[in-house]
Design a protein around this ligand. Structure first.
Ligand SMILES: [Zn+2]
Length: 172
């Protein structure tokens, strides 16, 4: 098990559309375990593979939203159907440190995915878990939560985001 470095805003891997997972290898299982460990250590409630520099369609989520350890699991090749009213929840992202903002998203999701063993699975979720899944799922399509905030709020964050991207450029 290992903690993985988190890719930060400005890193091109965060803007890529991630590839479907086709082989359920021991390496994939190790990556999922490491992602879960990294998520808990940060701490966070969800993490997508591109955030650790691996452009594949796998996310890990904490279904207790930070209340209880040991329940996290991986969703591979998730397909998300959204429903319900649009609700406002403040979001943050391990790849966009120190920035939080309100994001409007549907309150419920229905997800078809594969488990780490490659088995088909299904999950219906609402509230925070639905929110976590939508946020992480966006990462698989190269979308960040700051893309979904109001234009006014984004304008206010413009300098902060630029600075993040610049520091990222220096690091790599
Ligand atoms: Zn995120």
């Amino acid at each position: 098990m290992a903690l993985l470095p988190i890719r930060i805003y400005g890193d091109p891997v965060l803007r890529r559309v991630a590839e479907p997972v086709r082989e359920f290898t021991p390496e994939l299982r190790t990556l999922a375990t490491d992602m879960i460990e990294t998520m808990y250590a940060e701490p966070g409630v969800g993490l997508a593979a591109p955030q650790v520099g691996v452009s594949i369609r796998m996310i890990v989520i904490d279904p207790t939203a930070g209340d209880e350890k040991g329940k996290a699991f991986a969703l591979i090749n998730p397909v998300v159907t959204r429903s319900g009213e649009h609700v406002v929840i403040e979001e943050g992202c391990l790849s966009v440190p120190d920035i939080r903002a309100d994001v409007v998203r549907p309150e419920r999701v229905s997800v078809d995915y594969q488990t780490i063993a490659g088995e088909p699975a299904h999950l219906d979720a609402d509230d925070m878990v639905a929110r976590i899944i939508q946020h992480e799922y966006d990462h698989l399509d190269g979308i960040l939560f700051v893309d979904r905030i109001s234009p006014v709020r984004r304008q206010l964050l413009r300098k902060q985001l630029k600075a993040l991207a610049k520091s990222q450029g220096k690091r790599s």
